[in-house]
Design a protein around this ligand. Structure first.
Ligand code: ACO
Length: 315
């Protein structure tokens, strides 16, 4: 019985960090730090430099994850990048990452599931490792939303940030560690509440509707993940949610009966980095010693599509 074990994590954030006041000043937005903090919990975000692409940040995050795992690039035989902001339609961002890392074997491709991208990518990697199609995969979320937000729309532009996160997943025979299960969903009927407008090429969102779907759909997919494994809420050591909004994250923590200390929160400093938010949070919480080997970690996300999903993994 093969398990896909997460053996390393890594994150990358662009150098420039803008707090709410700096964003408001730069883009002449009629907003305030108090409004943004109260509604979202966001205090600052990182913004990619001119010419810095998703693949550049993805490669940095991947290097950090490989280093933590103690894995050489010669062992990597699959690269999956979740992104809504690829460098180009093709080659895929994953193929570009492959070249940047100097990986010459295996396969590479991108996944498009917006903010749920990392959960989708982890699910695909898990299935492919268990099907013996690869042995050591890099699963990456990398986004430059600063390029696709409408900087004149105060209702959306303040919510997002740039960055990348990566995990190294290795096929392991037997044992307790690894991805226990993944649960993916989509409902394209709700495409219009969160999308990139085809004409303007920028993010449009009906925030209240997204919020409403987020709370109910995340609650049900979390229940689904626990039930599938015969687990109780109290078995979860860490909730590592997609980081869109502090209120959604706190609602999920409360639903699971978890104290705030067991909910990993980065949205205050990273804002919403879409597919990068979960692996960035994993990288932070493994590096600072919170997530330990053997801990049960619950990941969940919802995003444009609508897409949503959850993954349970024992680290
Ligand atoms: N500063 C000041 N005022 C603002 C701002 C801002 N940055 N943005 C919007 N407003 C105003 C609006 O114009 C509106 O004013 P009006 O009443 O005069 O028309 C008022 O605030 C209320 O606007 P709403 O959009 O109804 O505000 P809401 O309380 O719903 O908060 C928010 C907006 C924070 C986006 C909220 O809906 C939310 O968190 N939604 C969840 C969506 C989310 O997190 N999406 C992230 C991407 S999707 C994902 O990753 C899941």
């Amino acid at each position: 019985d093969i398990r896909a074990v997460i053996i390393g994590t890594g994150g990358y954030l662009p150098e420039e960090a803008l707090d709410n006041d700096a964003v408001a000043a730069r883009y002449q937005l009629d907003t305030s730090d108090a409004w943004i903090v109260e509604r979202t919990g966001i205090r600052r975000r990182h913004i990619a430099a001119a010419g810095q692409m998703a693949s550049d940040m993805a490669a940095e995050a991947a290097r950090a994850a490989l280093a933590q795992a103690g894995v050489d690039v010669s062992e990597v035989d699959a690269i999956i990048v979740a992104t809504a902001t690829p460098d180009s339609a093709f080659p895929s961002t994953a193929a570009r990452v492959q070249a940047k890392l100097g990986v010459t074997q295996g396969f590479a491709f991108d996944i498009s599931a917006a903010c749920t991208g990392f959960v989708y990518a982890l699910s695909v990697a898990d299935a492919m490792l268990r099907a013996r199609q690869a042995r050591c995969a890099l699963v990456i979320g990398a986004e430059v939303f600063s390029r696709i937000v409408d900087w004149t729309d105060r209702g959306t532009c303040v919510l997002f940030g740039d960055g990348a996160g990566a995990v190294v997943v290795r096929a392991t025979e037997g044992g307790e560690r690894g991805v226990l299960s993944t649960h993916l969903h989509a409902d394209g009927n709700h495409a219009d509440i969160l999308l990139v407008d085809e004409v303007a090429g920028v993010v449009r969102m009906t925030g209240r509707e997204v919020f409403r779907h987020a709370v109910s759909k995340l609650a049900s997919v979390v229940d689904e993940a626990l039930a599938a494994n015969g687990l109780q809420k109290s078995d979860v050591k860490w909730l590592v949610p997609h980081q869109a909004n502090r209120r959604i994250i706190e609602a999920m923590g409360k639903k699971l009966g978890l104290p705030a200390e067991q909910v990993v929160m980065t949205v205050d400093r990273h804002a919403n980095t879409s597919a990068a938010s979960i692996p960035l949070a994993l990288a932070e919480a493994t590096r600072d010693g919170r997530i330990q080997q053997g801990d049960l970690v619950l990941m969940e996300a919802i995003g444009g599509g609508l897409t949503w999903g959850a993954a349970l993994a024992r680290f």
